[in-house]
Structure formats: structure tokens, C-alpha cells
Design a protein around this ligand. Structure first.
Ligand code: KG4
Ligand code: ZN
Length: 391
């Protein structure tokens, strides 16, 4: 099954084509084409992501990214044909809010014939609703003209599948022999949650943040320290420099809720503790590095302790991590060591670095699993769900 996947939930315009085969828990994926256009440089100026700006950028970039991806996948076939007036009217109605996208897409359809694909997978939530809508309407337009089905995908499910993929050779990955129950630690700019899976497609959120997401805390602390957006990689870099130079803060930052008798998280107090600290000490380069190190240690410690508690309570066999913060080197290293030392029977699945942040490969893979175990959804029933949850 050849799937074209589209991801526009936040600040990356991503499209991929994957060829998927096999049955559940014995699947094989070939990456035929994969493109990501990041808007980070643009949002950096404002210190965060603006939904209307993100939407406008997606609308501008979707057709160029599609063209590139199809080209890389050897699926771009030139054939001039002109869309019928009724089809054109339908397309215009679908894209009334995206006139620029309508113009670009009409030109695209008039230039290239339908590629040989079987389905279109598209993220429908969670995320920024205006940004999600552009991707959904774009997917609907393609599905309509190319006469293929649409598979709506939950972005967080995508992050889980990104973690479960095992690369076997260049551009080929498998998902095989995964043992249940699975625990997913999902850590991104909008989410911090522990999801329990007792079987495929069944999720139960057993812990989540009560305030800020951990990625959001990284971003906010970075802003306090005068570092650019997104803050995660910046904090991580400074923290590593502090470790290399043996720089350490004298006082400890709090580890919120680390000993609470539930699996929930809280990161806003940790961020506030950093804010108070910066008001008391000289914010020179050395102190920034020390704070970054202590903040990262605190955040990672809490994430790992809660994950360990969940592993014990639910007799977990597979632990998977996903989301932007799963790129964090400290988290990856400490979690790997802890599982190896204390839970050698638990299989730990960590996403390839390139699949930690938002991408369309994970949407295609999750889409394939959805097509295996979920009923087909009607195209017109697919709507953007900004607050979509897993359970
Ligand atoms: O999953 P993602 O790309 O987008 C959302 O769905 O939110 O995650 C983005 C988040 C940002 O908050 C960013 O600061 C964080 O992931 N992040 C990191 C690292 N790389 C990205 N946080 C900590 N360490 C990193 N190396
Ligand atoms: Zn994400």
C-alpha cells in the first residue's frame, strides 16, 4: 500500500510517501520520499509559534513540498490536462479560505497526472486548528481529484509509531514482534503524558501534566535565559557545556511531583523556580550554563522516575518514547542506562533522531496501522480537532 502522508499540525510542513506492507506487528515500510519545510526561523522572531502565521506558511508551502516529495518518490508524471469546470468549482469551494493554495493546486493538477498511490494519511489533531485545517483541506482536494481514500491520523499516535520503527537499512524500517503492554512516554511542546497500550489502537492516558508540557518548560526557561526558540536544543547544548566544564549550581531546583502517589507531572513550578533564581543571581554565561544543566537534570529526573513507576505498576514489556523532547540526549542516555540496569526485560524503543520532531513518515506509518484496525472514516466527516486525545 503506497501512502502519501501530510503533517501540518504545528510549525513544520511535512509530506512523505511510504510503501507499507505486512500485517499488524509484522510490518515493513519503505520510505520513497520525505520532505520537511520548517518554519522555525520565521517563528523565532516572535519567540513562539503564531497559529495564523503557521497556517499561511503551510498554505504557501504545501504544493512545493508535495512536488518535491513526489519527485523524490519517482511519482511526478507530467501530463497536461485541464480540470473540468465543475471539478474546479468544487475545489474552489473546498479551499475558499486558502485562495493561494487553490491557485497553486489548480496549476499543479493541470500539469501533473495522478500519482500511483493508494491512500492519503493526514494529521487531524491535536495541534493548532488553523494549521490542521490547511492540511486537511489539502488532503481532501488531492483525494477528491485523485480518487483515493483519506486516513485521518492522531499526531500523538504518529509520535508513538515513530518510536516503534526499527531501521533495517537505508530508507527501510520495520515494526515487528512488539510485546504488550506498551508504555509510551510522549514529550513535546504541547504534551507530557504516559499512555498505556494493552493492544493495538487502544490507549489509556495514565499520567499527564497538570500545567505546562515539558517542551514548553524548556522553551520558557530558554526565553528567561535569553536563548532563541525552540529552547530545548539550546538548553541541552548549554547543559552539556556545563557538564564538560564541571560547572554546577550550588542550590538544587525542585523536582515537582517526583514523589507524588500518581503518574502526573507538573513543570510550571520548575520554570518559576528558574525565574526567581535568575532574579537573584548575575545572569552571566557561566550561570546560564549552570542553570541549564540543573534545569535539564530536574526535568529529565522527573520524566524518568514517573516512567519507572508506570513500568512497575503496569508490568510493562515495551517502553517507547516520542515527541520533540525525546531528541534530548540526556533523557535518551539516562533512560537507556536505567532500563538496561534495572529492567533488562523491558524493550526500549527510541526514535531515530530525525523522527523525534514533527514529520510525515510517522503519520504514514500510523495511517497504515489505522487502515488495518480502524473502520474507514468518510472524507466529509474529517475535521480538525485541536484538542484530540489518544484515549
Ligand atoms: O513534537 P514537537 O516537534 O512539536 C510539538 O508537537 O510540540 O516538539 C517540539 C518541542 C519544543 O518544545 C522543543 O523545545 C522541544 O520539543 N525539543 C527539545 C529538544 N529538541 C526539541 N527539548 C529538549 N531537548 C531537546 N534536544
Ligand atoms: Zn509533535
Amino acid at each position: 500500500m503506497k501512502i502519501l502522508a501530510i503533517e501540518t499540525s504545528c510549525d513544520e510542513t511535512a509530506i512523505s510517501v511510504i510503501e507499507a506492507s505486512g500485517k499488524i506487528n509484522d510490518t515493513h515500510f519503505e520510505i520513497c520520499g520525505n520532505k520537511i519545510l520548517s518554519q522555525i526561523a520565521l517563528h523565532q522572531k516572535y519567540g513562539g509559534v503564531y497559529p495564523s502565521l503557521a497556517k499561511r506558511e503551510h498554505a504557501k508551502n504545501l504544493v512545493p513540498v508535495l512536488t518535491e516529495t513526489l519527485k523524490e518518490s519517482n511519482l511526478l508524471n507530467q501530463e497536461s490536462s485541464v480540470l473540468d469546470i465543475p471539478v474546479l468549482k468544487e475545489l474552489e469551494a473546498l479551499l475558499t479560505r486558502e485562495p493561494e493554495l487553490f491557485k497553486q493546486l489548480t496549476l499543479f493538477f493541470n500539469t501533473y497526472k495522478a500519482p500511483k498511490i493508494d491512500a492519503i494519511a493526514v494529521t487531524y489533531g491535536p495541534g493548532l486548528e488553523p494549521a490542521l485545517w490547511v492540511g486537511i483541506n489539502f488532503a481532501k482536494a488531492l483525494a477528491d481529484i485523485w480518487k483515493v481514500k483519506i486516513i485521518p491520523v492522531n499526531h500523538m499516535e504518529g509520535h508513538i509509531f515513530a518510536g516503534l520503527l526499527k531501521k533495517t537499512k537505508k530508507n527501510v524500517s520495520d515494526i515487528t514482534n512488539i510485546d504488550f503492554p506498551i508504555l509510551a512516554l510522549l514529550v513535546s511542546g504541547g504534551h507530557t503524558e504516559l499512555a498505556l497500550m494493552k493492544k493495538w489502537s487502544e490507549y489509556k492516558i495514565i499520567g499527564s501534566t497538570q500545567d505546562d508540557a515539558v517542551g514548553e518548560a524548556f522553551d520558557k526557561v530558554a526565553r528567561i535565559l535569553g536563548l532563541p526558540y525552540p529552547g530545548g536544543p539550546e538548553i541541552s547544548r548549554l547543559a552539556q557545556e556545563a557538564r564538560d566544564k564541571n560547572l554546577k549550581l550550588e542550590q538544587k531546583l525542585p523536582r515537582p511531583m517526583i514523589n507524588s502517589d500518581n503518574l502526573n507531572f507538573s513543570f510550571s513550578g520548575l520554570k518559576t523556580a528558574v525565574l526567581y533564581l535568575t532574579q537573584k543571581i548575575n545572569l552571566n554565561t557561566t550561570n546560564k550554563k549552570k542553570i541549564a544543566r540543573e534545569f535539564e537534570d530536574a526535568a529529565v529526573e522527573v520524566l524518568i522516575e514517573k516512567t519507572i513507576q508506570a513500568i512497575k505498576i503496569h508490568s510493562i514489556k515495551t517502553l517507547v518514547i516520542g515527541g520533540g523532547v525525546s531528541a534530548n540526549i540526556r533523557l535518551r542516555k539516562n533512560l537507556t542506562e536505567r532500563i538496561r540496569d534495572d529492567f533488562p526485560k523491558v524493550a526500549l524503543s527510541i526514535p531515530e533522531n530525525s523522527l523525534t520532531t514533527d514529520n510525515a513518515i510517522m503519520i504514514g506509518v500510523a495511517g497504515y496501522y489505522n487502515s488495518l484496525y480502524k473502520e474507514k472514516k468518510l472524507c466529509e466527516d474529517i475535521i480538525a480537532e485541536g484538542h484530540l486525545t489518544l484515549s
